[in-house]
Ligand binder design. Structure first.
Ligand code: HSE
Length: 310
């Protein structure tokens, strides 16, 4: 009987941190996302065959690309000797704060699991996909990987051991993402953060984290909105983003439930109680950037609750 030689998988972009959950919260986007094709090869190596949509910016070196690093890690850990060729179709801006590197790793690992019929659950696959993040940001954080793999809102309760909690998604919740055409490197955006934080800020941040998670469980949109605050990371990273305060004011005055930086930026996100509201907020945020001749892309949709698919 012929065995499958090739599997294609899609993994969505994601919005990490959600203001009060730095490195521990994220949700998956309906669009954009990456498609990855994994093929068995005659040779014994893992190679990147082709990348499209990256304007030649991503490394073809398998030790430097997030998808191949994750694939190599899984093969090594499970002691599988198999040559693999990877084709990556990027469908989102790079260094955008939308979990672009994570989407490629997740799609690659999800496809590999299917191709080799490993039978691992999505939850089990996360630890392998996370390894790709070490190349992109210097640390194997899961706040983009886990939502991209599983869909929905995700809490990473612990990294050692990994303890991932799937949170509920209120049905009328829509996101808006506005991506201004500037790049922010995640490693750099992490290097500027303060490592010592005032106790009063920790109290505010954890209170908001509790409020946000309660709001998701209670379908309490107002509580979700007023909990979307960040007194620790945003004040530092906002300095990297032009016109941040003006865009924030416009978003919140246009009906967004809450506003923040998506991952390490420069994309900005809002949560909204209807699609109409999400679209209005997106348009007004874009108008601010356009006023300063900064071009934008935007995405407004329901939260993706499916995650990676083949
Ligand atoms: N939590 C990470 C950060 C996400 O904010 O640095 C990076 O995409």
């Amino acid at each position: 009987m012929a065995t499958t030689q090739r599997i294609e998988a899609f993994a969505p972009a994601s919005c990490a941190n959600l203001n009060c959950g730095f490195d521990i919260l994220g949700f998956a986007l309906e669009t954009p996302g990456d498609t990855v094709i994994i093929q068995k090869a005659q040779h014994k190596n893992v190679i990147i065959k082709k990348i499209t949509g990256d304007a030649g910016k991503l490394p073809l070196n398998p030790d430097k690309n997030t998808a191949s690093v994750a694939v190599k890690y899984l093969l090594k850990k499970l002691n599988i000797k198999c040559g693999i060729e990877i084709t990556i179709h990027k469908n989102m801006p790079l260094e955008s704060g939308l979990g672009s590197s994570a989407a490629s790793s997740v799609a690659a690992i999800y496809a590999l699991n299917n191709l080799l019929e490993l039978g691992l659950s999505k939850m089990e696959l996360i630890q392998y996909a996370m390894m790709g993040e070490t190349v992109a940001s210097g640390e194997a954080h899961a706040d983009n990987i886990a939502p991209s793999m599983l869909g929905g809102f995700i809490l990473i309760r612990s990294y050692t051991p990994l303890d991932i909690i799937q949170l509920p998604t209120p049905k009328d919740l829509y996101y808006t993402i506005v991506h201004p055409n500037i790049s922010i490197n995640t490693k750099e955006a992490r290097s500027i953060l303060r490592h010592n934080v005032a106790l009063k800020d920790v109290i505010t941040q954890t209170a908001n984290l509790g409020g946000l998670i309660s709001g998701l469980y209670l379908n309490d949109y107002a509580l979700i909105g007023r909990s979307l605050n960040d007194v620790i990371i945003e004040p530092v990273r906002a300095l990297l983003m032009p016109y941040f305060n003006e865009v924030k004011d416009v978003a919140l005055n246009s009906g967004a439930l809450g506003f923040g930086i998506s991952g390490s930026g420069p994309s900005l996100f809002t949560l909204n109680k209807s699609k109409d509201s999400a679209l209005v907020v997106a348009e007004r945020m874009i108008n601010v950037f356009n006023k300063y001749r900064i071009k934008c892309m935007s995405y407004s949709a329901k939260i993706n609750t499916t995650g990676a698919v083949s």
